[in-house]
Write a protein that binds this ligand. Sequence first.
Ligand code: ATP
Ligand code: MG
Length: 399
Amino acid sequence: MSQTAIRKVDAATAPPAHACNAGRAARLRRLTLTDYRSYAYADIAFDGRHAVIAGANGTGKTNLLEALSQIGPGRGLRGARLDELPRIGGAGGWAVSARIDDGEDERRFGVGAEAARPQRRVCRIDDASASGPGAFADHLRFLWLTPAMDRLFMDGAGERRRFLDRMTLARDAAHGKTSSAYEQAMRQRQRLLDEGGAEEGWLNALEAQMAETGVAIAAARRETVSALAAAAVADDDGVFPAADIALEGELETALDGDKPADAETAFADKLCARRRLDAEAGRALAGPHRSDLLVSHRKKGRPARLCSTGEQKALLIGLVLANGRALSRRSGGAPLILLLDEIAAHLDPDRRAGLFSIIDDLGFQTLMTGTDQALFTAWGRRAQHFEARDGALCERTPT
Ligand SMILES: Nc1ncnc2c1ncn2[C@@H]1O[C@H](COP(=O)(O)OP(=O)(O)OP(=O)(O)O)[C@@H](O)[C@H]1O
Ligand SMILES: [Mg+2]
């Protein structure tokens, strides 16, 4: 039986956009790419307005957004492996550096790898080396939307879970560590179960760790979903349709009624009782690694999975913008930049205009790409316009 904890995203109670732009704004001032994918070398000056990057297929638009997204924890907006990033035909290393004005100071961030050690990511903040990409998150956060996410509602639960966890990580930097600790305990427990004959005390300790971290993961996800519901960018004109968001997962649901400590005890007991089943299955059959994020189109009264391509895109954009708005309302936290790849595709002119005005209200600098410059003419001089041409970006004045 599915277990869901539903949060209503109510258009009527959604606050006006202008009430929500209190977050600190970051402004990308300069981006330099060296041997990064299709770019041998590019040094691009940004003037602080939103940036529109238009160009034919394969001219390097996504590569540019991806390069910027490397200045953050994780593997960038494509989730790529490190060995995919150096330019084919280059010397083997790569580098991305960015100057960001965070409203108080201009900071310099750098990430890259040397040819001799391609698997070791080197990170720098200003003139000092950083411990790893996680350190960037204290200074800067990115929210992104890419065409690869268009299938979010059609794909398996794993993709939606990762989407939810990325949103949660942007709210709560500890979520990443908690998730790693859970995964590690789960892997160790499974190895012991697979080998057989493990000490009871050892299994108990690992299950206690899974219970503690598992409940923390579920609690953090619940907070994200509540914040999304409260900040939803939804309106009755259907630009970004109102959605009902539900978390499907036994721990997430247990926290509806149980105190976290009780949910932990119950989950640890369950893990203990299911050892034989999990050993037979070769994996843990229950836990937050199986949860799902369910989204439905309120007005149509149907799950996102059954909505049209355009409706799904609108729901997805609504969720990402709601997350941006939710993050902007929290005091503290690093400033945000929005990366919207192929954003205008699938949107009719009204939805496009609605999107642009919401982006403007959010107040975060946004980098947008598309194959056709005409899709962005509505920005006029409110945005800086670039044209991507194989391995280069040229600024152009909008007509
Ligand atoms: N490591 C690499 N070295 C050199 N070129 C690469 C590397 N990885 C990808 N490319 C190439 O970079 C080019 C630009 O890719 P990118 O995805 O940025 O294009 P795009 O402008 O976003 O196109 P589209 O409009 O189709 O999305 C592609 O031809 C791709 O094959
Ligand atoms: Mg692209």
